[in-house]
Write a protein that binds this ligand. Sequence first.
Ligand code: FE2
Length: 399
Amino acid sequence: MTSASTTPEISGAAHTDPLQLIDVDHVRFYVGNAKQAAFFYAQTFGFEVTQIADLTTGSRDTARYLLTQGNIRFILETPLHVDHPINDELVKFGDGVKDVAFNVHDSEKAYERAIANGGESAYEPRTISDATGTVTMSGVKAYGRAVHSFVSRSGGYGLTELKQGGLFSPEFKPFDFLMNAYNREHPCGLKFVDHCVGNVEEGRMNHWVQWYENVLEFSMFKHFDDADISTEYSALMSKVMASGNHLIKMPINEPAEGKKKSQILEYLEWHGMTPGVQHLALRTDDELASVKELRRRGVDFLALPDTYYEAVWNRVDSVLRSHGHEPVKEDHERVKELGILVDADDEGYLLQLFTKPLQDRPTLFFEIISRRGSQSFGKGNFKALFEALENEQDRRGNL
Ligand code: FE2
């Protein structure tokens, strides 16, 4: 019996396409103190802390907290012993994303296919089961310290069950966190991971583009930014890879020569000169409501130059008009008050806003994004953003 035969989401395609990704299963962070980090993400971003695996549940090596919001699942993991290998990564990189894990029909088959495609093993398939069901996980090494796990689930641990509050795996127990009821009453409205951006070393972007094509069988997304983000401010090159079903977009940045130190280079310098996840974009249906609530909770967003709103409406509305789309429907004054960015392309527009780094090192941050037709990434905002980012870099003495 394979796990496929007991997975309700199974389709015939799984047998011929083991790398067909069903969903982002979870994003795993390595953090120095998961108990405290869980409180931060609950307070500032409105996540519910719903499950735990720690000493009290028999987990002797690491403590793990499951945080959920919409279809977003974060695992915050912290090592419990001095000789645990996660410690080395925490010293080198600080808190950050280790693993963007994909839900697949059959973890073992996906792993074998990725390895046959030239991928390097992060860890071999391991299965844990109990009377409730089975979870199989395996992983391949991506850029730098990042890993992609393949997760297949069956029985009571199926993805559908997990989304409805079922347990993450046999190692986890429900956790009654004091802020969960409050967060349900005051939602931040975050729905799913829209995209996940990686920073890689200079000259290595195309290598990793090919890695996603070859190993994970991704393809170049139609709206890629091909080395053309080159104002005097930019110093960034980016290409967007997408899974076969466009479930997940993985833009890859590399630093480029610019007048001033690139934000990508700043990231690498504070990340042990090792590639890693730069930001996770979290999708909302209502950018204004989400940003308003996140600001109320104390999320520290990137501030834009005042001049941004003098030009943005003409720029965006003329693009929308030229492609026969309605103008931006959100109240312009409220967009400005909340400091939200707007961009448009041939398919529509998007609203987006970036947080400052989520830890003391200038590394990982979040983007809060809402799409009204546009499937791109806010290229029109790059110049304004780079100015804002450079102001922050300057404040940190990193320019
Ligand atoms: Fe982004």
